[in-house]
Design a binder for this molecule. Structure first.
Ligand code: ADP
Length: 260
């Protein structure tokens, strides 16, 4: 197997007295489609924010293409670009869809407005949206807002290919969507990976079973700050690991502690 694109070695993170991540090791390889699953509050989003370089670990090392990342993403020069799709879409309410999707280019490039518009339309088409550029987030459905946030995450800068995301991090992309809207988003994640090749490597945090099964090849279960289980999506059906079995069945009895 080739060297990992991203590697976490012994990463720990606490908030106050709560240890959220406890010496976690994790490797993400090129073309990986990884789902990080686990009960709520177990540190899944925290791991994503650490991978994205938005949050620093207390201990441990992060390697990007074998090179150690020191500090947060803003401090690093020439690092691999990582796109992130946030849980609540995290769009700017006062900006139009076009301004949201083109935000990075409007802020950080010298491209003419028409060029940015063309790129915005191209990305919106890739996520299946048309004629929405002029709308504000409040005028869109939950599923459409998620698509707009996908388009923003995959925005590329033709002036600087280093800005083009090689890895996409999805934080609960189907949370709050009905089952059909969830399927549409799950199919979109796969189609972006397969047809467009722009999101070929991704890490997805989810606890929705349909999302795990439709979007992931590899699964990693996080519980109490540790990676408790890793395997393929097929192995989810056959493993007798009690934590996985309880998580998937939603049973209140098992190793996962239940807060009533
Ligand atoms: P998950 O994504 O698995 O639901 P999170 O990573 O969001 O879990 O959070 C894990 C734990 O860390 C939770 O108890 C949460 O309250 C806590 N936490 C996350 N971010 C912060 C923060 N910035 N400050 C304090 N506590 C936090």
């Amino acid at each position: 197997m080739s060297a990992p694109l991203i590697q976490l070695k012994g990463v720990s993170k606490s908030f106050g007295n709560t240890v959220v991540l406890d010496r976690v090791n994790l490797e993400i390889y090129e073309s990986d489609a990884v789902a990080i699953i686990g009960p709520s509050g177990t540190g899944k989003s925290t791991i994503l924010r650490i991978i994205a370089g938005l949050l620093a670990p207390d201990e441990g090392e992060i390697y990007i293409r074998g090179r150690q990342r020191v500090g947060l993403i803003d401090d690093a020069e020439g690092q691999m670009a990582i796109g992130m799709v946030f849980q609540q879409a995290a769009l700017f309410d006062s900006l139009t869809v076009e301004e949201n999707v083109g935000f990075i280019l409007y802020q950080h490039s010298k491209l003419p407005q028409q060029k940015i518009r063309d790129l915005v339309h191209q990305k919106l088409e890739m996520v299946g949206l048309r004629d929405v550029s002029h709308l504000y987030p409040a005028q869109l459905s939950g599923g459409m807002r998620k698509r707009v946030s996908f388009a923003r995450a995959i925005m590329s800068n033709p002036e600087n290919s280093q800005d083009n995301p090689e890895v996409i991090l999805y934080d609960e992309p189907t949370a709050g969507l009905d089952p059909i809207a969830s399927t549409v988003i799950e199919d979109l994640v796969r189609s972006l990976q397969k047809a467009h090749g722009v999101c070929g490597t991704y890490v997805m945090v989810t606890h929705q079973e349909s999302t795990i099964r439709r979007t992931a090849d590899r699964v990693l279960l996080l519980y109490r700050g540790k990676v408790k289980w890793t395997g393929t999506v097929c192995e989810l059906n056959t493993t007798d690991d009690p934590t996985i079995r309880q998580f998937l069945s939603g049973s209140v009895t098992g190793p996962i502690e239940v807060f009533r």
